[in-house]
Design a protein around this ligand. Structure first.
Ligand code: NAP
Length: 295
């Protein structure tokens, strides 16, 4: 499935799970004349070359963005302010600066001030991932059939947004344009809170007494194991997500805590009808996800 390159030179800043998957999807679709990569560590740079993910690899992000007409930040969002300060003055007029970060308001706060006049800033978030990290973990099909959300600031050239949307469609995604604050609220409940709950349950279980802890592993197929998959996600990436989507996560956490307390009360008072009514509703949500082919 080779098509006309959409971009002359794409610079990927960070080549972990998402950056390397994007590199593979770009290659699969023939979407760039040249893929330039930047990674912090020599180990990742060597892996990116060995895996054939990039046409050039750079220890300095400034060298990676030189001459690029699309730059995509694929590092943890806590690194964006420094990366923006470093690459901002070297971005070419007409280029599109985008990213894949899991939060959007903080990305606009941290990167926006570093975007020079003439450079188009269109933040993005592919809602696709796994619990694995690093360049080896990526695969070209990661974005197939998944949503990519774009959050262009007001006044962004519609043609530029469409060009980036077309790029993501050719990477396999469906594309939706959203307000950054709305994105952060939606993702707080669909992604960030579930991760927080998984981290909590697994943490609580590992704090149990030694003998019980061994049984937690042995009998994990009872449900616990599904939480451990989510709780194995990258610690630095998720630290940055919670620190940078603070308000929305705290809001959803407040609602969740109230609902949990209501369930606690229903169990204490033997109110089986309340429990059953909720479980019937939640089962329907699962069916909806399967029907939408997002399972
Ligand atoms: P990852 O596999 O851990 O890869 C992160 C990459 O960023 C690595 O190449 C790393 O370089 C580089 N990096 C880390 N800190 C850096 C810094 N301070 N300066 C420059 N480069 C740095 O992470 P990922 O899962 O691909 O996540 C990357 C981004 O995608 C995050 O913003 C995350 O919010 C977003 N995202 C993740 C998922 C998911 O499910 N994982 C889904 C959607 C969006 P080294 O390897 O050299 O350390």
């Amino acid at each position: 499935m080779t098509e006309t390159p959409l971009f002359r030179r794409v610079a990927l800043i960070g080549i972990g799970l998402i950056g390397s998957s994007l590199a593979r999807a770009i290659r699969r679709g023939g979407l760039a004349g040249h893929i330039a990569g930047h990674a912090r560590s020599e180990r990742t740079r060597e892996a990116a070359v060995a895996l054939g993910l990039v046409d050039s690899i750079h220890a300095d992000p400034v060298a990676a963005v030189a001459g690029a007409d699309l730059i995509v930040l694929c590092a943890p969002v806590g690194a964006y302010a420094d990366l923006g300060a470093a690459i901002g003055p070297h971005l070419e007029a007409g280029a599109i600066l985008s990213d894949v970060g899991s939060v959007k308001q903080a990305v606009i706060r941290d990167l926006g001030p570093h975007v020079p006049d003439g450079v188009h800033f269109v933040p993005g978030h592919p809602v696709a991932g796994t619990e694995h990290s690093g360049p080896e973990a990526g695969f070209a099909e990661l974005f197939d059939g998944r949503w990519c959300i774009l959050t262009p600031p007001p006044g962004t050239d519609a043609g530029v947004v469409e060009r980036l949307a077309e790029f993501w469609r050719r990477c396999g995604s469906h594309v939706e344009v959203m307000e950054p604050a709305h994105h952060d609220a939606v993702l707080a409940i669909t992604s960030h809170l579930p991760h927080l709950i998984a981290y909590t349950i697994v943490g609580t279980a590992t704090d149990l007494e030694d003998a019980t802890e061994k049984e937690v592993i042995k009998f994990s197929a009872g449900g616990f194991r599904d939480f451990t998959r989510i709780a194995a996600s990258d610690p630095v990436m998720w630290r940055d997500v919670f620190l940078n989507n603070r308000e929305a996560v705290l809001e959803m956490l407040g609602r969740f805590t109230e609902d949990l307390t209501a369930l606690q009360r229903a169990i204490r008072w033997g109110e089986g009808d309340k429990l059953e009514e909720l479980f019937v509703r939640t089962r329907a949500v699962r069916r909806g996800i399967i029907e939408a082919k997002q399972a």
